[in-house]
Write a protein that binds this ligand. Structure first.
Ligand code: ATP
Length: 360
């Protein structure tokens, strides 16, 4: 009471029940979402799930088969790309090889009847914005992949679009450049306040830079939420398995309320209280949530598991375990790693089990 809640940004982009068919194939099935003004939203999902199709529908490059798209209060569904207000960056840098950096960026201003001096001034601003002030006269072939992508970004931002669309802008770059550029893009996006939608199949990238993530699978939106909400409270089994690391096993709701049976174990799981005895559920648990040793012993439902494999990952070690047919991964501090082949006590904290009733 009395505490001010952070107000949600006003909706800037509304995607309403958008579907897209290619012949008889449904690439998008009634996708709906809202992007707030100044928000950074990512579309995340496996290859072929429809991320790019949705982005291209928003741009008007591949118009939707049905549904409605509203940008800044204006219904843009039927408009060609040229009549929409966006800048776009593609995975392939898509620069003109015969134009230098300044000329490539100036291409983004082609719609403006500006005098030469004003155009030059804007290009200079954009060069500074993306950190390429000293590369203005170079040609694309003389630039690194990361630099080329910064030129593409400057070109996309040249007209001060209301909406920035990024289609896997980093996936052609090597890991270090990629990380660096994604942070730069995010900082720039914040500074300019431009509403941004990015397509990526890299979950770390999506989670790392986005205000909210839209997780997609097979043409459908599975969940929309903050990175933390997606990770901590996955809405579907697909999201639980796709985002972050998790161990998965099938289980059955026990006759005793709040208990789950899996592979001969009886596990406390209050989340199953609303489910009927005998309901089959898919169960997921994150490796950092699995408890071992004395910590496990203190929890109800602990069991003995055998260590089958250990991977050193720097700050933690990932321990593979088997208890009967149950296979689990547990993250432990490197100083506490049990020996491969040894038996350890393990437990799955009841509030950390993610359970999803299986479709019958
Ligand atoms: P990726 O990460 O591989 O690019 P994506 O999630 O972006 O995947 P889309 O490019 O949106 O996937 O494609 C979704 C589905 O639609 C895929 O099965 C793809 O084969 C199909 N598809 C896309 N474009 C066309 C097209 N022009 N004609 C026919 N099918 C298409």
């Amino acid at each position: 009471p009395g505490a001010a809640l952070a107000a949600a940004p006003a909706p800037y982009l509304v995607v309403d029940q958008v579907s897209k068919s290619f012949g008889t194939f449904r690439a998008l099935e009634r996708a709906s979402l809202t992007v707030g003004a100044g928000e950074f939203v990512s579309f995340l999902g496996p290859s072929g799930c429809g991320k790019t199709t949705l982005l291209r529908a928003i741009a008007g490059l591949d118009p939707a088969t049905s549904g409605r798209i509203v940008q800044d209060g204006r219904d843009i569904t039927g408009l060609p790309p040229s009549a929409r207000d966006f800048g776009i960056v593609f995975q392939s840098y898509a620069l003109f090889p015969n134009l230098n950096v300044s000329e490539n960026i100036a291409y983004g201003l082609r719609g403006k009847a500006w005098p030469r001096s004003r155009r030059q001034q804007r290009v200079a601003e954009l060069l500074t914005l993306v950190g390429l002030a000293d590369q203005a006269t170079k040609y694309p072939a003389q630039l690194s992949g990361g630099q080329q992508q910064r030129v593409a970004l400057a070109r996309a931002l040249a007209n001060e679009p209301g909406l920035l669309l990024l289609d896997e802008p980093l996936s052609a770059l090597d890991a270090i450049v990629r990380l660096h550029l994604r942070q730069e893009i995010r900082a720039l996006q914040r500074r300019l306040g431009v509403t941004t939608v990015m397509v990526t199949h890299d979950q770390e990238e999506a989670m790392g830079v986005s205000d909210r993530v839209v997780v997609m699978s097979r043409g459908r939106i599975e969940q929309i939420g903050t990175p933390e909400a997606i990770y901590r409270h996955p809405a579907t089994a697909f999201v639980a398995g796709f985002v972050g690391r998790s161990s998965h096993f099938d289980a059955v709701v026990d006759a005793t309320p709040g208990m789950l049976r899996a592979e001969g174990l009886v596990l406390p799981c209050p989340a199953t209280r609303g489910l009927l005895f005998g309901t089959q559920v898919s169960t997921y648990i994150r490796p950092e949530d699995v408890r071992l040793g004395p910590q496990a012993q203190a929890l109800p439902g602990h069991f003995v598991a055998q260590v089958t494999h250990v991977e050193f990952l720097g700050p933690i070690c990932r321990v593979s375990l088997e208890a009967g047919r149950l296979r689990l991964e547990a993250d432990v501090h490197p100083s506490l790693v049990p020996a491969v082949g040894s038996d350890v006590m393990a437990a799955l904290p009841e509030d950390r089990l993610l359970v999803f009733p299986q479709d019958v």
